[in-house]
Design a protein around this ligand. Structure first.
Ligand SMILES: [Zn+2]
Length: 289
């Protein structure tokens, strides 16, 4: 189902405040919760993991590692971890009155707290947070500075790295990011285009310069292509051989020697009329023979 349909009715919108904590002192001043949940996401050498470290007072009471497939982004991992924390906040025993959730990903937290953001994980997380608030639990969301030596954050970071590198047979989350889908579709259409180009019987001259359409695209997009370059790269231009083919010129011969056809390759590589131009070009390119 589309996440737009799952999104809450405006009347059910919840106000989620996000506080920023940059050092141990600020963290200590915002630690007075029955449980504190530190979350983190990680991507190491293409492998993705997320983790939660749950604390009661000064003690870690639960550590949870989540594995994601390699096409997922760190952002998805961060969102998944916060979503799981929100679920814990809602499902934890009713005796838990207050929960603090701490993440070092501002982008993920912003997505969760922005009620118009429709990422499925954010919509799901807001559902759990609403449920927890309806149970009169006090829920607070915090952004904490990463790599600042803050204990819970360091622990979640460590667990997320472990979750990413451990080999798992099952993933805890498997949705593709839109960027991955777009890239895959693009790659597939490029492959199809390339196949058609390589197998097609046209563009004989162009294929000598560019045997591969994808590689050609990369080069062409970086150079300035004017009408002369186009004529040379395609062979479709004022060359006797070409004009003769379309009966626009009586003979395909080059002016240098009647038996020689005036083709792009003859002009570029062999024609003595352009010998000096060719030599000058080779010198400028630093070619020596
Ligand atoms: Zn010639």
């Amino acid at each position: 189902m589309s996440s737009a349909l799952l999104s809450s009715h405006p009347a059910e919108h919840i106000d989620l405040e996000l506080k920023r904590l940059v050092d141990q002192e600020q963290l200590d001043a915002n630690s007075d919760y029955d449980i504190k949940i530190f979350t983190d996401g990680s991507k190491i050498e293409g492998r993705v993991g997320a983790a939660l470290s749950v604390w009661s007072g000064e003690v870690e009471t639960k550590a949870l590692k989540l594995a994601l497939p390699s096409f997922c982004t760190v952002y998805q991992a961060e969102l998944l971890a916060i979503c799981k924390a929100a679920w814990m906040a809602a499902e934890h025993s009713p005796s838990t009155r207050s929960v603090g959730i701490y993440s070092d990903s501002l982008s993920a937290l912003d997505t969760i707290t922005n009620s118009s953001a429709l990422h499925p994980l954010a919509v799901e997380a807001r559902g759990y947070l609403r449920k927890a608030l309806n149970q009169s639990k006090c829920i607070s969301l915090f952004w904490i500075k990463a790599h600042a030596g803050l204990e819970g954050n360091e622990r979640a970071d460590y667990l997320a790295r472990e979750a990413a590198t451990e080999s798992k047979t099952r993933f805890d989350y498997e949705s593709c990011p839109v960027s991955f889908v777009k890239r895959s579709i693009r790659m597939r259409s490029l492959d199809k285009w390339n196949l058609r180009y390589r197998e097609g019987e046209t563009a004989g001259v162009t294929k000598v310069f560019f045997p591969d359409a994808v590689a050609a695209y990369r080069i062409i997009s970086k150079i300035e292509v004017d009408r002369f370059v186009t004529q040379v790269l395609t062979g479709h231009g004022g060359f006797s051989e070409y004009l003769h083919r379309f009966k626009c010129k009586e003979s395909p011969s080059c002016a240098c020697d009647p038996p020689c056809s005036e083709s792009v390759f003859h002009l570029l590589l062999d024609c003595p009329i352009h010998l000096y131009d060719r030599l000058e070009c080779e010198m400028r390119l630093g070619l020596s023979f």
